[in-house]
Design a protein around this ligand. Structure first.
Ligand SMILES: [Zn+2]
Length: 186
């Protein structure tokens, strides 16, 4: 039934212009659906927080930021147990508004980072998948590109975007969004 909910929600949202003010709640709704579909409902489960066990709430928080602070579309921030999504980015010196497809696929991308980071162990050969940008040297573009994006990450990403194609084959925008999110350094 979650698949039906996802498809219905997506088709409904792509037929309207989603106001900025709604994006936080709407992306939270997609996060819940994607979590049930692909992550066993663990990321939005209520309880003690992962890195901050004295705080309660959803295991992974979501924050939608209604402005661009750079080129990043989104990020998984382990120190805050938080995924951030941007509604705008700076591209070639100009501010570009991201569409809903870009945001949904970016959300899926960041949820994979969160899931692998929290639930897999870096000692079992998943080092590249688990290692993230925290505290690392930001000058090294090559390591930025590969950090957190190992074979398990990409297999997971392709699994999810493959399901999008299967469920909503007519949406070229969603497939383009998945391709763009794949090429971004998120
Ligand atoms: Zn990434």
């Amino acid at each position: 039934m979650k698949i039906v909910s996802f498809i219905r929600q997506y088709k409904n949202d792509t037929q309207r212009r989603v106001p900025m003010l709604e994006l936080q709640d709407l992306m939270a709704l997609y996060m819940g659906l994607l979590d049930e579909l692909f992550f066993f409902g663990l990321l939005t489960k209520q309880g003690r927080r992962c890195r901050n066990p004295f705080r309660k709430g959803q295991l992974v928080q979501l924050q939608v930021i209604e402005e661009a602070d750079g080129v990043r579309w989104g990020a998984w921030e382990p120190a805050q147990d938080q995924i951030t999504l941007h509604t705008e980015v700076i591209d070639d010196g100009r501010i570009v508004e991201l569409n809903m497809n870009d945001m949904v696929t970016t959300l899926a991308h960041e949820m994979i980072h969160a899931y692998l980071h929290i639930f897999s162990s870096g000692t079992r050969g998943y080092d590249v998948d688990v290692a993230l940008a925290v505290g690392a040297d930001d000058d090294d573009t090559e390591s930025q590109r590969t950090r957190g994006h190992g074979p398990v990450f990409w297999e997971f990403y392709q699994h999810i975007t493959g399901k999008f194609t299967l469920w909503i084959p007519e949406s070229q925008e969603l497939h383009d969004g998945a391709g763009r999110a794949e090429r971004q350094e998120l």
